[in-house]
Design a protein around this ligand. Structure first.
Ligand SMILES: [Mg+2]
Length: 469
């Protein structure tokens, strides 16, 4: 998680022995640029309430539109696309599912024989986004039979600003982006969309945007100095309903970040062994054996989880706190393994690295911690599914691990004995750095395909409310 220049300096103390402080694998992280600016925010509850009232009013209108039995099916799918792109889908999950169920049962490839590219693409996207596996055959007529490539002429079949949208989507597909940012970008295009004739949808989107802005500033006031992590967590759940979940997960992510930097850029190997041992024992009584700098962290870690456990056990939900704690302990053990590899100069095989690296991607601990603050959807069945390590979760961890390694490769390489998937791939398969990076990028794209597939119906548990990638 490092982003700054690195310095490892060894100097001698009075006895000509290197001082432990100077042997630390330090990284010169810059100080936070945020300061206390969010602390001064004061939430105007009357404003928040006014926006909430507009949302409730307009929601009813939009629900009626979605349910409207006389609306043409293509128009309805366009409307659902706008709802999704404006970041409003959480208001209408049941209505949209019910309508899509009906429309998908009526799906007939013949209906698409005369459909233009725009209609075909929007319909395909809406069905797939909501987990309905609409056949790719709808695009056959736009392709050349021999080469299986799209006909040249379709590049002229674009409406208004669609070309710009396509360009943006090719660079950064919106289901891989942050919902909030993508929704903000989509506002620019929205006026030209056919569904902009529905006044209630625009009013709802505006009120929702202003409501979220106030709520997020308030959440940032509580969290103060860690907006980067908070924005990452906003990518998991945007729904205002998950305010508590966002705050809990951001706090745990901050603990994970400090732990990661302790292993990578501060602790000596002996200290890290002690830290790993105390995290696995998870008892206040062992705090004394820790190095001084790590004691406040350990105390905060145990207190934070104890408070969560106390609060959630009243609601019969302590099992999720325990799952998050177990994931945190596993993470510390896997960070330790990386530290031992670095310390002994051992370079593992790619497979050995990945077995450990999927855990140190931190995906597991963050995503299981997301479940801690979610009030209604985490049944025992969902937790069991989660802990069975399904393909969609493994693909997500792989994505995070490889993206992180490929992006930070040059920076990490400046530090002593850093081991990443790039190094281990080069060693295991005897290839150059460039080839290794290209192969890892292919694995990233394949992981996205596994994730997309995992969202298709029937899913084992309800995935509509959470974006696990
Ligand atoms: Mg690390």
């Amino acid at each position: 998680m490092a982003t700054a220049n690195v310095s490892t300096t060894i100097q001698a103390n009075r006895n000509n022995k290197p001082s432990i402080e100077l042997l630390r694998p330090l990284a010169n992280f810059p100080p936070s640029t945020w300061g206390d600016q969010f602390l001064s925010f004061s939430l105007d509850n009357s404003k928040l309430e006014a926006y909430a009232n507009i949302i409730e009013e307009q929601k009813e209108d939009v629900k009626r539109l979605i349910d409207n039995p006389s609306m043409d099916s293509n128009e309805k799918l366009r409307l659902m696309n706008c709802v999704y792109r404006l970041g409003l889908k959480h208001h209408f999950i049941n209505e949209i599912d019910c309508q899509l169920d009906k429309l998908f049962k009526e799906f007939d490839l013949k209906d698409y024989e005369d459909a233009d590219l725009y209609t075909t693409s929007v319909n395909f996207q809406v069905f797939r986004q909501h987990g309905y596996k609409m056949s790719c055959d709808v695009f056959k007529k736009f392709k050349d039979c021999g080469s299986d490539k799209f006909h040249e002429y379709i590049t002229t079949d674009v409406r208004g600003n669609l070309a710009q949208q396509v360009k943006h989507a090719l660079m950064n597909p919106f289901h891989r982006g942050l919902q909030m940012v993508e929704a903000r970008l989509y506002f620019v295009y929205y006026e030209e969309e056919i569904c902009s004739i529905h006044d209630s949808l625009l009013k709802l989107a505006n009120a929702q945007f202003n409501y979220m802005q106030l709520l997020q500033k308030e959440e940032l006031r509580i969290l103060t100095k860690i907006p980067e992590l908070y924005i990452w967590i906003l990518g998991v759940f945007l729904d205002p309903h998950y305010s508590e979940a966002r705050i809990i997960t951001t706090k745990i992510a901050q603990l994970v970040l400090v732990l990661d930097d302790t292993y990578d850029a501060y602790g000596t190997i002996e200290e890290l062994r002690l830290i790993t041992d105390t995290i696995n024992r998870w008892e206040f009584s062992v705090m004394e054996q820790l190095p001084k700098y790590n004691k406040p962290f350990y105390k905060l870690l145990l207190n934070e989880y104890a408070q969560l456990e106390k609060r959630l056990s009243k609601q019969g939900r302590a099992n999720r706190v325990n799952a998050s704690r177990r994931a945190f302990q596993e993470l510390a053990s896997c960070f330790m393994k990386e530290a031992e590899w670095r310390n002994s100069g051992y370079v593992p095989s790619f497979q050995e690295y990945m077995n450990n690296g999927l855990v140190t991607s931190t995906y597991n601990v963050i995503s299981v911690s997301c479940l801690v603050g979610m009030p209604e959807i985490v049944s025992e069945e969902a937790l069991n599914w989660y802990e069975s390590n399904p393909k969609i979760l493994e693909a997500s961890a792989l994505l995070l691990r490889l993206n992180n390694d490929v992006m930070s490769f040059e920076f990490e390489a400046e530090r002593e004995h850093q081991i990443t998937s790039v190094h281990t791939y080069m060693k295991s398969f005897g290839v150059s750095e460039d080839v290794a990076i290209e192969e890892l990028k292919k694995m990233i794209e394949n992981a996205w395909k596994d994730i997309n597939e995992g969202f298709l119906k029937p899913t084992k548990v309800l995935l509509g409310k959470i974006d696990l990638h």
